[in-house]
Design a binder for this molecule. Structure first.
Ligand code: SAM
Length: 206
């Protein structure tokens, strides 16, 4: 059932889908770093949550992983499917708060640049679902803004981001991504700051 949140996101990404990959150029260097952290190998089963146009999923597929990307937005996934050159990458329309997968199905679950635009209630459900579908001992990786510190560069970027981000972003901006992991008892193994520390990649163990 579509809630106000779902309708808002679908509408937002219907507008953004045609231009989203231009924004991806700014962050394309992060994709391989995420894959490296996951200890990739042939057959590693990876779920990319809120995959958008699929750029992170493609980076895993290129390294031989069996990757599934899910997203709410059919418009974003249409682009992912059109650009998909990998037999080992598949995409499904699915709400990450209620995933169509069994328990412990994946070795790795990732979410890139999506937690910041979810309401806290949605974010909590998404993280719980990521933990449910990832096997015990498996890897959880999240990539997101890291702008909560009082540093002049971060304050300027935070101000710019607020002009185009979702209405839920200001609440996330006060948090540290690590606190989201800690809230769910995810043990943090690695923190990799990127893009002058304005974005952080967190790797945790389920
Ligand atoms: C900023 S884009 C990030 C896309 C991609 N992960 C990346 O790194 O480029 C955020 C994506 O989250 C998706 N999204 C938001 N809430 C979602 C939910 N509950 N379930 C699945 N996807 C969701 C949106 O549709 C959008 O494609």
């Amino acid at each position: 059932m579509d809630t106000e949140y779902h309708l808002y996101m679908k509408k937002r990404y219907r507008r953004m889908a045609p231009v989203y990959d231009a924004f991806d150029l700014l962050i394309s260097g992060i994709r391989d770093k995420v894959v490296d952290l996951a200890d990739p190998g042939p057959g590693l089963k990876v779920l990319d949550v809120a995959t958008g146009t699929g750029k992170q999923a493609f980076a895993f597929a290129k390294r031989g992983c069996q990757v599934t990307g899910i997203d709410l937005s059919e418009d974003m996934l249409r682009i992912a499917r059109r650009k998909n050159r990998y037999e080992n990458a598949t995409f499904e329309v699915s709400d990450a708060t209620d995933m169509p997968f069994g328990d412990n199905e994946f070795d790795v679950a990732t979410v890139s640049l999506a937690l910041h635009e979810m309401s806290s209630a949605v974010r909590e459900k998404v993280v719980l679902e990521m933990l449910r579908v990832t096997r015990p001992g498996g890897t959880i990786i999240a990539v997101d803004y890291s702008l909560s510190e009082n540093n002049p560069l971060k304050r300027i970027i935070d101000f710019l981001i607020k002009s185009f981000e979702s209405k839920h972003y200001p609440e996330f901006a006060k948090l540290k991504l690590a606190s989201v992991f800690k809230q769910f008892g995810i043990e943090i193994e690695n923190e990799v700051p990127v893009l002058l520390g304005t974005v952080i990649i967190l790797k945790g163990r389920n």
